[in-house]
Design a binder for this molecule. Structure first.
Ligand code: NAD
Ligand code: FES
Length: 279
């Protein structure tokens, strides 16, 4: 599982977003929009789930986009062409249900923009009218703008600081669109507070919203129970029942609490590694 190419898509405000293409022919042959791969950098390391952004069966390559947040994604970001991953398993999760819905809005926040791109391509091929709303904290953190502009009928850009596009959160653009026209579906990927807010805006407008959840995963195959989320009062596993769910049914507070379980520990480990590297 060799890395073929590496590109730094964004590096700003302590956030680095890296794009890797990886030789994984079996995954490339089967991957569909909305699915993810589970990879390990080293034998003793953890597994991390990453969305398959593009798959090229002819070259046997898949594209992954990651934000360096914890130890494993930081290690991954340090790897380069010709380096080999310890393992990669996929495609995992249900593919996005693609049909001709009519008029849709795709909302991508931060690195979540990478996940709406393959969905946008599949929905366009199915004959839908697709508007993308993409948002980042600042201009330098915005990714895949050109690709989404080429794929979608309309692409609205928002930045928190107003450095590019319109100033404000993606939810402001969403509300403005839903106030003026009728849409059949909203699909959102990004940080939990964003998806929760999108869910609220869509609910108020009476439009169904789907979200792709980033619950913490261990095995990615339904065996450990780590990625459980409550959806419509039922326990679901994000990896095998999702990762997409009806936004109105998700217990957002529980997901938020579970996702922050390891934050302190992770920061501590990263600090120790950085200190070790500096000696
Ligand atoms: P970010 O914090 O930079 O936010 C990106 C955009 O989301 C903002 O520019 C804004 O438009 C919108 N947003 C953020 N908070 C909002 C709120 N409260 N209300 C309305 N809109 C809001 O995002 P980031 O740094 O790229 O991602 C941070 C987190 O997102 C990470 O913890 C990562 O794990 C998670 N994430 C989740 C998924 C997923 O599968 N759902 C995908 C990628 C990243
Ligand atoms: Fe183990 Fe989903 S990651 S059950």
């Amino acid at each position: 599982m060799k890395i073929i190419t590496k590109e730094i898509l964004a590096d700003c405000q302590g956030t680095r977003v890296v794009k890797l293409t990886v030789y994984a022919p079996d995954i490339a042959a089967k991957a569909r929009a909305g699915q993810f791969a589970m990879l390990m950098v080293k034998e003793e390391g953890e597994r991390v789930p990453l969305t398959i952004v593009e798959a090229d069966p002819k070259k046997g390559a898949i594209t992954l986009i990651l934000q360096e947040i914890g130890l494993t994604t930081k290690l991954l970001g340090q790897m380069g062409p010709q380096d080999s991953l310890y393992s990669i398993v996929g495609p995992l999760g249900h593919p996005t249900h693609i049909e001709k819905y009519g008029q849709l809005i795709l909302v991508g926040g931060g690195v979540g923009i990478a996940e709406i791109y393959p969905v946008a391509m599949a929905l366009k091929i199915a004959g839908n009218q697709v508007t993308a709303i993409i948002g980042a904290r600042t201009k330098q953190l915005l990714i895949l703008e050109q690709q989404l502009k080429e794929t979608c009928d309309e692409c609205i850009v928002m930045t928190d600081d107003g450095s590019y596009g319109r100033k404000g959160f993606v939810t402001e653009a969403l509300k403005a669109l839903l106030d003026t026209a009728r849409y059949d579906l909203v699909y959102a990927v990004g940080p939990v507070p964003m998806m929760r807010a999108v869910s609220g805006v869509a609910k108020t407008a009476g439009v169904r919203a789907l979200v792709s959840l980033n619950a913490i995963m261990v095995d990615g195959t339904g065996m450990c129970g780590c990625c459980r989320v409550t959806v419509g009062k039922e326990t679901k596993f994000s990896c095998v029942d999702g990762p997409e769910f009806d936004a109105a049914l998700v217990d957002w507070q529980e997901l938020s609490n579970r996702n922050s379980i390891y934050t302190t520990h992770e920061k501590h480990i990263c600090r120790l590694k950085e200190q070790g590297a500096g000696q």
